[in-house]
Design a protein around this ligand. Structure first.
Ligand code: SAM
Length: 292
């Protein structure tokens, strides 16, 4: 049995197994048992619920999830860790392993209601964005990410951390920061603070198809007005800026506002206006503006 709470014990284990830590896979083990318990408890999953665990490493969180009677599907990229995970958990009927890069493997897997991950810094935001954009939502997600990423996820309109990623997260989830996790809770210690974050699914319908592209476009030049960014979006998407004025008018906007001050509802409303224009079959693709 691995002692997941001790940096020294983990180092010896890795040496014995001839395993190295791969910086490019963001490998930092969570050695603080209280933090691990708090994260699993925040997930609030019940016996036999299915959980996706991203980046199980040597299985510190996996063991806790299985102890709770949950069915764990673990996504791991590191061949050395995969060997250890198979050795420890292959007899567990509630454990399955998906080998490889989660960014490539997740879409082939059946949905689960829960996701938990001490996500590698380089993958955390990209994976969450990909899941949301492709409409793969979970009832509850608990992740550990770099504090800076957590602040962007939970930022409100008007705050300096507010970004297209904040809007993306808010479109699918209520985002709640759980706790700051200091570098000393990890082995090896990262250079920055981390944060546990809970995402609870919102009951709303999925946003219109154009929503994600639109949000990104409206934040693309942060200091530019909404009119400038919307014109660039309409030009690239419809080959014309002819509809910008209508889109702004229908949303009671002057065009001088900035995306960083808009709450989620304004982005949704703008996306719905654009979607309706398409449904009303205005000739957006040719750039001709029909009054009918
Ligand atoms: N869950 C363990 C813990 O809390 O101690 C390890 C967390 S460590 C920060 C991140 C884990 O994600 C590592 O096991 C790493 O190999 C794995 N990983 C990194 N990139 C990945 C990817 N693209 N797909 C799947 N796993 C990945």
């Amino acid at each position: 049995m691995i002692n997941y709470n001790s940096a020294t014990a983990l180092r010896s284990f890795l040496d014995e197994e001839n395993l190295g830590m791969r910086k490019k896979f963001g490998q930092n083990f969570l050695i603080n048992p209280q933090v691990r318990l708090s994260l699993v408890s925040a997930l609030d999953a019940q016996v036999s619920d299915e959980v996706w665990e991203v980046g199980p490493g040597l299985g510190a969180m996996t063991a806790l999830l299985l102890e709770k009677g949950l069915a764990v599907k673990a996504f791991e990229i590191d061949a050395g860790f995969i060997r250890i995970l198979k050795r420890i958990f292959s007899q567990e009927k509630n454990f399955s392993l998906v080998e490889g890069d989660v960014m490539k493997t997740w879409s082939g897997q059946q949905s689960a209601p829960f996701l938990l991950g001490n996500l590698p810094y380089n993958v955390g935001a990209a994976l969450l964005a990909d899941l949301i954009e492709k409409g793969r939502t979970f009832s509850r997600i608990v992740v550990t990410v770099q504090k800076e990423v957590a602040l962007r996820m939970s930022a409100s309109a008007g705050s300096p951390d507010y970004s297209s990623f904040s809007v993306l997260c808010a479109s699918a989830y209520k985002v709640k920061p759980l706790m700051v996790i200091r570098p000393s809770s990890f082995y090896p210690q990262p250079n920055v603070d981390s944060m546990g974050v809970l995402l609870e699914k919102r009951d709303e319908d999925a946003p219109p198809a154009v929503f994600f592209q639109l949000v990104r476009a409206l934040f693309s030049s942060r200091r530019k007005t909404i009119k400038n960014n919307l014109s660039a979006f309409c030009a690239s998407r419809f080959g014309s800026t002819a509809f910008c004025a209508d889109i702004l008018r229908e949303n009671a906007l002057t065009g001088m506002e900035r995306a960083e001050d808009f709450p989620l509802e304004v982005f949704l409303s703008l996306a719905k206006t654009i979607e309706n224009m398409r449904i009303l079959n205005r000739d957006v693709n040719s750039g001709k503006h029909s009054k009918n």
